[in-house]
Write a protein that binds this ligand. Structure first.
Ligand code: A2P
Length: 279
């Protein structure tokens, strides 16, 4: 299975990352060979991740660090200070990838006050990110939680740099990054006990989590499993090529057991309109 994918910039992104939402455990992950850490400003653990990086002997250029711009910092003048804060907490002077965390902009005052203009048109936010690429503080820029409609809304502008990845949904030319690949905390039991997943796992003598993670990589997706358990952190980095018949069985299972966790930001933040336009 591919250990890396190539982004439009030519940079190679490792196919399996440690997702650190509600976690950090960067130390364990680095010890067992993870090179890709998927974090975000809002996870409130960039300092801990930075500490783990400092204590590890892995050279910075061998690591892939992703962070995400929080909703309250979409105004062009707020972006660089927010990025600088993440950089300083992580103890680095550049990010490999910086994503717009959600297709939703809040006013800086926070408390979920919607900035309607920047939500409707994220181009000013994107232009500032492009500028920060040119300044050398970010190597690649992308998006997260954008559905196809929202991606098109952004790419309708004449962009200097196209979004390199999208976490969650997929569009042509954009690499998909799958967060919560095991179903996230609440549904993890459910995904790991899907009969097809269990069957393939026992047939191949690997764990259900390894089946799901391997299936993602075999589909060409970057996969971001989260764990705070050292044995699982190690287990999740070991992916296996699945025999074609098992791969196909899982492809079918994916549509016959539709995802239980579909995140629409309009519901979560009770926005006055549907950012996903009913799609
Ligand atoms: P924990 O962090 O306590 O080890 P997702 O990546 O989809 O968000 O899923 C994260 C959830 O899946 C967490 O509850 C995590 O538990 C659990 N998890 C992670 N790796 C495994 C594994 N290999 N087997 C079983 N559960 C796992």
């Amino acid at each position: 299975l591919p250990s890396h994918y190539t982004l439009p910039s030519g940079d190679k992104i490792p196919s399996v990352a440690l997702g650190v939402w509600q976690a950090s455990k960067g130390e364990t992950a680095l010890e067992v060979g993870y090179k890709h850490i998927d974090g975000a400003w809002i996870y409130r653990n960039e300092e801990e991740v930075g500490q783990a990086l400092k204590e590890s002997s892995v050279p910075r250029e061998e690591l892939w660090l992703t962070s995400k711009l929080w909703n309250t910092f979409h105004a062009p003048e707020d972006i660089e200070p927010a990025l600088d804060q993440s950089l300083s907490m992580l103890g680095t002077d550049y990010l490999d990838l910086y994503l717009i965390h959600w297709p939703v902009a809040f006013k800086k005052e926070g408390s979920n006050i919607l900035d309607e203009n920047l939500t409707a048109d994220p181009y000013p936010t994107w232009q500032k990110l492009e500028e920060l690429v040119d300044k050398g503080k970010i190597r690649n820029i992308g998006i997260s939680n954008f559905n196809i409609r929202r991606v098109q809304n952004l790419t309708a502008n004449k962009l200097k740099y196209q979004p390199a990845v999208n976490q969650w949904s997929k569009e042509n030319g954009l690499l998909l990054e799958a967060y919560s690949p095991l179903g996230s905390d609440k549904q993890v039991g459910q995904s790991l006990s899907v009969p097809e997943v269990k069957d393939v796992a026992s047939k191949l003598g690997i764990t259900p989590a390894q089946v799901l993670i391997s299936w993602h990589v075999q589909r060409g997706t970057i996969v971001l499993p989260k764990s705070v358990t050292p044995s699982r952190i190690l287990e999740n980095l070991n992916v296996f090529e699945l025999p074609q018949e098992d791969f196909e069985k899982l492809e079918t299972a994916a549509t016959s057991h539709p995802p239980q966790r579909v995140v629409n930001p309009s519901n979560g933040w009770k926005l006055p309109f549907d950012v996903f336009d009913g799609q």
